[in-house]
Design a protein around this ligand. Sequence first.
Ligand code: ADP
Ligand code: MG
Length: 679
Amino acid sequence: LGRLMRGCTTLVLAHRLSNIINCGRILVVESGRVIESGTHADLLARGGVYTRLMQLQIGQAAAQGATTCFGGFSSDSAEPVEDTPTNRTHPLDEDGEQIGWQKTIASLLRLVRPWQARLGLVAACGIARVYAFAGLSLLAALTVGAVKMGRPAILPLIALACAAPVAAVLHWLESWLAHDMAYALLAKMRIALFDKLDQLAPAYLLRRRSGDLMALATHDVETIEYFFAHTVAPAFVSILVPASVLALLAWTAWPLAAALTPFLAYAALMPFRDRRRVDGLGSKAREALGEMTAHFTETLQGLSDLIAFDAMPERKSGFSILARRSESARFALMADLAKQSAALDTATGLGALTVAVVGAELAARASLASTILPLLVVASTAAFVPIYEIAQIGRRLADTIASARRLQAIHDAVPSVSDGPAVPFVPLTGASLRFDNVSFTYPGRQIPALSNVSFDVPAGATVGVIGPSGAGKSSIANLLLRFWDPQRGRILLNTVDVRELSLDGLRRCIAVVAQETHLFNDTLAANLRLAKPDATDLELIQALENAALGDLISNLPHGLSTTLGERGAWLSGGQRQRVSIARAFLKNAPILILDEATSHLDSLNEHRVRSALEKLAKNRTTIVIAHRLSTVRYADIIIVLDAGRVVEEGCHNDLLARQGAYARLISYQGLAVARQGHD
Ligand code: ADP
Ligand code: MG
């Protein structure tokens, strides 16, 4: 940072005073107001708030033989996942390009199987509707014929007046029954997707873009509506109606059936021809849409960084490219389908015409009664209606299959961890923990995050884990929570392998204060109740007090029921971290993991929170992960990690006496104290 600041006007926002000692001017802000201003020396001389904060930090440093600043280890708040290209989405694998359409359709059909009776009803309505429409045309023809010949047209008119509402009601009923079923199925699919994502989290989800997953749960599921509401039952109709028309023609005069068959066959096979090509076009269009959605979501998530770095123009041009790609993919699909639909119209027209011509010829030779010819022509046209409809759906079927395939790919993904049978029995006083020769490499990485890590924590003890950024500290927590399973070695909780425990049970007995806390755009109370759904307001307030957030409630406009904004944007980084600590207090679990739990706090609050955490950690098995030595100094066991290996282990005094890595770290941070004093 020193190098970065050279020659720049720099604003340093810090709660760690060591970072600002050398600044030309220091402003002390409290409750939104500048209360002191001047150089370090000025402010010290004044003996005000700044001096108090300073004394507190120096006091801590002196008392603990380590300072909170200029440490050799820096906070690793950067998400390690995001900067590793190997972990980026692999759209080809993930979108299930290799899942065949037969398998996809079969999986959809499996979903509708319980609805057989309903499907039969929909198909019956569909068939009746097509015939009712054909009947309408016929009645209309009869009416016109009667009027033309000067005969009373009252009877056909009455029939027409009765038949029209019947056709309408049948159409309405068919549509209503089909959609009622389709949306019930969509809801079921969305819930199944939710459950599956729960199983896959977080290992699989880190490899996917959240915008793309969102497109999956919204667009893609919605697309499948076409399949359920407009494809399954109409498919039956589109077979039964043409078949019955052909039978009628064959029964009256077989040459008519022979004349119509080629056209019907051409139309009926149309949706199946070029299936593979249209399918490919559909998949491409779907993927392009997913990518565009993902890009948009990520833009929204990173908006403040994008604006601060003036990177919106590039981001926008990236978006334009994706938008245009989506447009052209969809255009290619639609152009293809438009051609199909034109061909279909032609087939319908020519088919009816051929039947009329052949029929007229037959009538001329008196081998067909001329009065039923209009009926036969109308019936021939009606035969195309359901085929036409199914071909329309064919356009969307490409889309539907692409979407179903993307969903299927998620359902086929194997969770990285599987549930065990046993319910852990862990008394509130803590459990013994043991890492036994654990080695673990994140999927897609070559270098192991942990190699041959072994350590023992007796029930109720506190273990401190320290080491530089990227040493594998957080990975220990990830493995204990079974976000992943190690490739080698075992993790034992009260002598039981954690793989034998139920995931819910295991996670219920561990409270985590993680490096990064997610707060939902919900009330403060709801965000806290994540840890304990039935907590009373009093308990919430107590937890906030413990986390040194007691005064937050009075500062928020609606107290506990204040909404915290997107990802808790209404709170400062330090406040968010303390909400996470308050959650840990509420959860009151026998095992506690503190991952850099106080890294975002200023010295006053850190002091308060730390003593509260010490209270919480009492009689509990606790893992304290820290890069600052002062935090772990009083742990029963200290483990020094470097590049995934345990390089030292013991209590503070033992490790100091050993004169190894730990002692070197201490002296380095001690040096920092000296340097700070010098400044
Ligand atoms: P620490 O908490 O000590 O800073 P971590 O345990 O977070 O370190 O990370 C250890 C190593 O594992 C780092 O090299 C990091 O890049 C890598 N890593 C962490 N999380 C993931 C992940 N989800 N996928 C792939 N690699 C990861
Ligand atoms: Mg970490």
